[in-house]
Design a binder for this molecule. Structure first.
Ligand code: FES
Length: 92
């Protein structure tokens, strides 16, 4: 299991199986990450991986349509396109 901390939701901490989709965990556990499409189209789920960016999977082409290289460098991802491989802390 991996630990996901939703910083904006009063530091809500949940556990999820490794390789879980970040947005799906947020929806299931009421983590609070904003979203609309859930499919990589709208960009609403942009979030900042404040700790554990190394514990996320590779950046998807759909993310590159909404986020700039400097966003990725700063740790931003789109939650609906991101799978979690280890502990992370996320804000939005
Ligand atoms: S929810 Fe629309 S891009 Fe992620």
């Amino acid at each position: 299991m991996v630990q996901i901390t939703f910083i904006n939701s009063e530091q809500k901490i949940v556990e999820a199986p490794e390789n879980s989709n970040l947005l799906r965990v947020s929806i299931k556990e009421r983590g609070g990450i904003p979203f609309k499409c859930g499919g990589g189209l709208c960009g609403t789920c942009k979030c900042l991986i404040e700790q554990g960016i190394e514990n996320t999977d590779k950046i998807k082409p759909k993310e590159r349509k909404h986020l700039k290289p400097e966003d990725f460098e700063a740790g931003y991802r789109m939650a609906c396109q991101t799978f979690i491989l280890g502990d992370v802390e996320v804000s939005w």
